[in-house]
Write a protein that binds this ligand. Sequence first.
Ligand SMILES: [Zn+2]
Ligand SMILES: [Zn+2]
Ligand SMILES: [Zn+2]
Length: 87
Amino acid sequence: MTKCSHLDQIKDVKPEVNICEDCIKLGDTWFHLRICKICGYVGCCDNSKNKHASKHYHSTKHPIIQSIEPGENWLYCYIDDTFIKPF
Ligand SMILES: [Zn+2]
Ligand SMILES: [Zn+2]
Ligand SMILES: [Zn+2]
C-alpha cells in the first residue's frame, strides 16, 4: 500500500521529449530524466547537476514524478517522500 494521498492529481501525461530542455538551455548535460505526472514537464533527476525535476516541484508544487528511463517506471511523491509502484 502506498502512503501517498496525491494520486488523484495524476494526469495521463506522456513525455513529449527525451531530453532535459532546461539543461539544454544552460548548455549542461544530465544523468536521468523524470516526468511530472501532473503537467508532463520533463526534467533531470537529483543525480544530475541541475536537478530540474526537483526544481520543478519546488516552483509548481506538482508532487509526483515518474522515471522515464528504460526499465524504470516507479513514481515518487515529493510531499510524502515515498516511492509508488506503477499501476
Ligand atoms: Zn503524495
Ligand atoms: Zn536539467
Ligand atoms: Zn508539473
